[in-house]
Write a protein of this length. Structure first.
Length: 355
């Protein structure tokens, strides 16, 4: 079943995020949501959809797929998912082990798993593990607002929509306290986005939020590969520590686990090798006794692939849903209801994107 075509589609949408019209997004300064869709077609007419990490990187990742990765896939056997992944990683390693080329390779992997499910006539979660769950719990991943009133309003709205956990991207303690008051008894996760250069300020922050019913403090240190520093934070923080979205793949996660740096691992399907990468990192996490809760604040096939992996996983974990309402969603039917996301039952990923 040879690959005959690889195409990219840049899906662009205005969005609202709870603090005015389209815009914001904390450090990203988003004017819109860009989703890079990658379509892989085979000689027998089957096709699959993948997603490479987008936002402000979408066009760069698209260029990597169009000029490098896509042409290298032509003529390859779509059934050899692992072999294609190894070939692409070795051929293009000089372009970087973490970044747009890796994100493009992740998109190809997701598309190939979509094809595998379609070829077998079963949903991906059944192909992966007999489909343990018909729905997966979701947590609301709020954008960074930086204004306590906006944070409180959005935390309250997430609770009203039925989310059972809420993640903030705030470092200001007044904003976090406002969310704590608005969220009631719901756990809060705090994504710090690598704000601090040293252990001391990270520990000061953890001490300040200790006792606020914190699910985890995420990526407290810069650079994200400072595993020894994070291990020191974890030993003294008094709150769980999570990380992973900015690492380079399974090898980095193995070093992260060996350092004892995290309680929660957060690999991304659109960054760390697609479905195959999530499965590999999940196995490493299980061996290390680390909980895995994937990073998935996006809206395309990467989110769907993550949903299927979580539906098939032995241990239940929530899926991250970016708390922004798109004017033109990639999958209009893929929404959280009462804090849960239903798993599609069609073959492969189970949905076709609106392109």
């Amino acid at each position: 079943m040879k690959i005959t075509r690889v195409e990219t589609h840049l899906h662009r949408s205005d969005f609202t995020y709870g603090a005015g019209a389209s815009g914001g997004g904390g450090n990203l300064r988003l004017a819109r949501i860009d989703t890079l869709l990658v379509r892989v077609e085979t000689e027998n007419g089957l096709h699959g959809w993948g997603e490479g990490f987008g936002f402000t990187l979408a066009q760069t990742t698209q260029d990597a797929v169009d000029r490098l990765i896509g042409p290298a896939c032509l003529g390859q056997d779509a059934r050899d998912i692992a072999g294609i992944g190894r070939m692409l990683a070795r051929r293009f390693h000089n372009f970087g082990r973490n970044g747009p080329v890796g994100f493009g390779i992740s998109a190809i992997d997701i598309a190939l798993w979509d094809i595998a499910g379609k070829a077998a006539g079963v949903p991906l979660h059944v192909l992966l593990g007999n489909g343990r769950r018909a729905e997966v719990p979701a947590y609301a991943s709020l954008l960074r607002y930086g204004v306590a009133e906006d944070v409180a309003r959005n935390a309250a709205e997430a609770r009203r929509r039925g989310y059972r956990e809420i993640k903030l991207h705030e470092v200001d303690l007044d904003c976090i306290r406002a969310a704590r008051d608005a969220a009631g008894d719901l756990p809060l996760m705090l994504d710090i986005n690598c704000a601090w250069d040293g252990v001391a300020p990270a520990l000061d922050f953890c001490a300040a939020v200790r006792g606020m019913h914190i699910g985890w403090v995420e990526e407290p240190l810069w650079p994200p590969e400072d595993f020894d520093g994070m291990a020191k934070v974890r030993r003294e923080a008094g709150v769980p520590i999570s990380a992973g979205e900015n690492l380079g793949g399974a090898e980095d996660f193995a070093r992260l686990f060996a350092s004892g740096a995290v309680d929660v691992a957060q690999p991304s399907a659109t960054k760390h090798g697609g479905v195959s990468g999530l499965l590999q990192i999940a196995a490493l996490a299980q061996q290390a006794g680390v909980r895995m809760v994937p990073h998935s604040p996006y809206f395309g096939p990467g989110l769907l692939a993550t949903l299927h992996v979580l539906a098939a996983a032995e241990q239940a974990a929530p899926i991250e849903i970016y708390f922004a309402d798109l004017a033109t969603p990639v999958y209009p039917a893929l929404v959280a209801k009462d804090g849960m996301v239903a798993v599609p039952h069609g073959p492969g990923l189970g949905m076709e994107p609106a392109v």
